[in-house]
Ligand binder design. Structure first.
Ligand SMILES: N[C@@H](CCC(=O)N[C@@H](CS)C(=O)NCC(=O)O)C(=O)O
Length: 203
């Protein structure tokens, strides 16, 4: 398999799932500004959406959308903590969290990276995002990870999007349950390996 990624982007979430489940894939770096891959190919010809992550299977089929890629990778191995089995209550809880993270958090961050948006607009959008992160912080007061005790694919995704707060200057230092969660997840060997493989500092 090949995982197309950009360092620290949302592709880091399925990358963590790969390593947590001990599966191998070649990492292909993509420059999102030029849409060129590290080996000089036109990424738009590979994924016309122009977005990472993209997973290329050994038979050449390609899968986009990070939440789906994480589920695909999780379903290939027997690890019901990381990826609960289809049809179980835990699986629906996982989907609930992945959907919340992708629609409410991930896409809430996207305009904050947009250089064309002015500071006032970014402040308003940042405060909306902060309210959602405060709610997540409250959820983590009662549980170690999003689904309870075990680490799941949703935790990998939350870890990645929260890392962007530092880049966009959103102050979440006061969210102590979330801080504990981020330190905890950042210390996982698979997470450290994924960060190092993308050339990123440890969390
Ligand atoms: N719906 C997609 C969104 C992926 C996405 O937003 N990827 C960003 C990086 S985090 C990207 O590739 N941005 C470049 C672009 O949109 O041109 C998913 O969840 O996988």
């Amino acid at each position: 398999m090949k995982l197309y990624y950009s360092p620290g982007a949302c592709s880091l979430a399925p990358h963590i799932v790969l390593r947590e489940t001990g599966q191998a894939a070649d990492l292909v770096r993509v420059d999102l500004a030029t849409h060129r891959t590290g080996d000089g190919r036109d990424f738009m010809a590979i994924n016309p959406k122009g977005q990472v992550p993209l997973l290329e299977l050994d038979d050449g089929r390609r899968l986009s959308e990070g939440v789906v890629i994480a589920q695909y990778l999780g379903d290939r191995v027997d690890n019901p903590a990381l990826m609960p089995r289809p049809g179980t209550d835990e699986r629906y809880r996982l989907l609930e969290w992945q959907t919340f993270i992708t629609t409410e958090l991930h896409k809430g961050f996207t305009p904050l990276f947009n250089a064309a948006l002015d500071a006032a607009a970014k402040h308003v959008l940042g405060q909306i995002l902060l309210k959602k992160l405060q709610w997540v912080d409250m959820q983590l007061a009662e549980r170690r990870h999003l689904l309870g005790e075990p680490f799941s694919a949703a935790d990998a995704y939350l870890f990645v999007v929260c890392g962007w707060t530092r880049v966009v200057g959103l102050d979440i230092r006061g969210l102590r349950h979330l801080q504990r969660f981020l330190a905890d997840v950042g210390a996982r060997p698979a997470v450290r390996e994924a960060l190092a493989a993308e050339g990123l500092p440890a969390a």
